[in-house]
Design a protein around this ligand. Structure first.
Ligand SMILES: *[C@@H]1O[C@H](CO)[C@@H](O)[C@H](O)[C@H]1NC(C)=O
Ligand SMILES: *[C@@H]1O[C@H](CO)[C@@H](O)[C@H](O)[C@H]1NC(C)=O
Ligand SMILES: *[C@@H]1O[C@H](CO)[C@@H](O)[C@H](O)[C@H]1NC(C)=O
Ligand SMILES: *[C@@H]1O[C@H](CO)[C@@H](O)[C@H](O)[C@H]1NC(C)=O
Ligand SMILES: *[C@@H]1O[C@H](CO)[C@@H](O)[C@H](O)[C@H]1NC(C)=O
Ligand SMILES: *[C@@H]1O[C@H](CO)[C@@H](O)[C@H](O)[C@H]1NC(C)=O
Ligand SMILES: *[C@@H]1O[C@H](CO)[C@@H](O)[C@H](O)[C@H]1NC(C)=O
Ligand SMILES: *[C@@H]1O[C@H](CO)[C@@H](O)[C@H](O)[C@H]1NC(C)=O
Ligand SMILES: *[C@@H]1O[C@H](CO)[C@@H](O)[C@H](O)[C@H]1NC(C)=O
Length: 459
């Protein structure tokens, strides 16, 4: 198959005055390329070793509070009592011992706690599996951590939501079921400076891990898994949070691997494996005419396999707010239906959604070094609102193909530009600029050294 190297010159963009502005584009590109999210990677690995410093730590073992750990006995009260003790004692370690299964009901673990609390989960915490008996006072939570500062979760253990019966009871599985929400397995809410390292979360009733209303949260080596057909089982969901770093996470579920929603900014994702699932998403935003704002998001190094979407931004008609300053780079796709997609007509509803004049504004989105295989023809899809166009979409070093057939870029009301190698070509991004001059032979000089033209097949 022939590939076209499209080198859009900035001179061309300058002449195409309709929707482009040289100084703007250079500024945008510069900003996107240098977009740095606070969060020192080195610091990520600076986890306290509670065993080697046991002398100075106070061990609070749930077994000491009557937990049985046989997977059958109700250990909720033991966890609640152990939490009271651990939370009120400086330098304590809340220990869930290994090789045991603790059955625990919906529980709120509230802070503030004394300094330097470590939550050491080595064994398995399992949820009761019967939706009918779930605590009616806590319909949407299972393990909920609230108002913590400077807490570390670690230990290599497992959090298992026993979601099977919840999935079967979902209206997405069976239209005659009522549509109601199910619990989130693990929530970190209204917290500051929390680190989570090396935990497995699986088979959640609904979302697996929610970070809400929090600042400075670092997740690393977190594994999340649920069947590809389990409904609404998002992996990591970030809402109203800032300065969140996700690193080395492996996620496969029945919904978004990662979803970033309203009032979230400075989010960095590094080395993410996603699949099966619905991809790595910003949104959905703007449902029921609401305002949604997400800014400064970087994804660097990801591998997506067998997902319905790759890099997705999804917003509802009628919303307001914005998605701005997003950079995706070094991403490899395999068997992904829509590798790059902006969908401003998102409608996850049994009834059709009417088009409206208002929409969440999308601008300054950079896709760089993205390669792999698309399952659909629309390897790149920019479906933007007629009244609120997507602006300043920048593509660089894109190589997306389809095993059996051609790929193309779909644009509706989207503007931006590509440079370097871009396949499928994305001329439709600039098609509104009738005067745009594309000079296929002219190399672009950027402020930074131009990245190599070609993509590589290995991550
Ligand atoms: C181009 O952008 C610059 C800087 O934002 C602004 O001052 C100028 O008015 C813009 N020109 C046009 C034609 O929009
Ligand atoms: C949360 O913790 C802070 C101290 O860190 C305390 O002042 C505040 O009252 C707590 N909020 C709630 C709702 O418990
Ligand atoms: C856990 O939930 C079950 C079922 O609702 C209930 O019978 C039991 O009392 C709960 N345990 C605690 C400690 O609240
Ligand atoms: C859907 O739910 C209804 C009512 O609960 C039940 O009778 C029916 O067997 C279910 N269908 C499937 C395919 O599970
Ligand atoms: C979005 O976040 C802002 C700021 O936290 C909040 O005021 C607003 O209610 C949120 N919107 C929705 C739809 O949750
Ligand atoms: C959203 O706004 C549109 C247009 O003003 C209105 O028709 C619609 O009923 C609103 N929807 C909701 C859920 O408020
Ligand atoms: C492609 O991904 C879909 C899920 O989206 C999966 O069902 C299918 O088996 C995958 N195909 C291959 C060839 O792996
Ligand atoms: C909404 O607008 C888009 C873009 O113009 C169009 O493709 C789509 O059919 C419209 N949807 C409805 C429900 O009118
Ligand atoms: C593009 O990806 C390759 C490997 O996939 C990497 O070596 C190169 O540094 C990347 N370029 C940029 C600009 O990140």
């Amino acid at each position: 198959m022939d590939k076209i190297v499209v080198l859009v010159s900035f001179v061309g963009l300058l002449l195409g005055t309709a929707g482009s502005n040289l100084s703007d584009d250079v500024v945008v590109l510069g900003e996107l390329e240098s977009l740095e999210i606070e969060g020192d990677d080195v610091e990520l690995f600076d986890y306290p070793s509670w065993t080697s410093e046991r002398g100075s730590k106070v061990l609070v073992n749930v077994d000491g509070f009557g937990a049985v750990g046989d997977g059958v006995s109700d250990d909720t009260q033991a966890f609640v009592n152990a939490w009271k003790q651990a939370c009120s004692t400086p330098k304590s370690v809340f220990l869930v011992p290994k090789r045991r299964r603790y059955l625990v009901n919906a529980t709120r673990f509230k802070g503030p706690c004394a300094d330097n609390l470590i939550i050491q989960i080595e064994g398995t915490i399992v949820a009761p599996d019967e939706p009918k008996n779930w605590d009616p006072k806590n319909p949407r939570i299972w393990l909920n951590f609230f108002n913590l500062t400077g807490v570390v979760f670690q230990g290599g253990g497992v959090i298992d939501g026993s979601g099977n019966k919840w999935w079967a009871a979902s209206c997405k599985k069976n239209k005659s079921n009522p549509c109601k929400g199910a619990p989130t397995a693990l929530t970190i809410d209204s917290s500051l400076a929390v680190k989570v390292k090396g935990l497995t979360i699986q088979n959640s009733q609904q979302m697996h891990f929610v970070v809400s209303r929090s600042d400075s949260v670092r997740l690393s080596d977190v594994q999340i898994s649920a069947p590809g057909d389990s409904p609404n089982t998002d992996g990591i969901h970030i809402t109203e949070s800032t300065n969140v770093v996700l690193q080395n996470c492996k996620i496969g579920t029945g919904d978004d691997c990662i979803s970033i929603v309203n009032a979230s900014s400075n989010i960095k994702m590094k080395t993410i494996y996603c699949g099966p699932g619905h991809g790595i998403s910003i949104g959905s935003l703007g449902k029921d005419n609401s305002t949604g704002i997400v800014t400064n998001v970087v994804l660097d190094t990801a591998f997506l396999k067998d997902t319905t979407n790759g890099l997705r931004i999804k917003t509802w008609q009628g919303g307001s707010g914005s998605v701005q300053s997003i950079r995706y780079q070094n991403v490899r796709m395999e068997n992904v239906s829509y590798p790059i997609i902006i969908d401003q007509f998102y409608c996850d509803s049994p009834t059709t959604c009417q088009n409206q004049t208002s929409a969440v504004e999308i601008s300054q989105i950079l896709y760089r070094n993205i390669s792999g295989m698309s399952k659909s023809e629309n390897a790149m899809k920019f479906a933007c609102s007629d009244t609120v166009p997507c602006k300043r979409i920048v593509l660089n070093n894109i190589n997306l193909e389809k095993e059996d057939g051609t790929v193309e870029t779909y644009c509706n009301s989207a503007t931006g530009f590509g440079y370097g190698y871009v396949w499928p070509s994305a001329e439709c991004l600039t098609s509104s600029d009738k005067d745009l001059i594309i000079k296929p032979t002219q190399e672009v000089e950027l402020a930074k050294p131009s990245p190599e033209n070609l993509l590589h097949s290995e991550l």
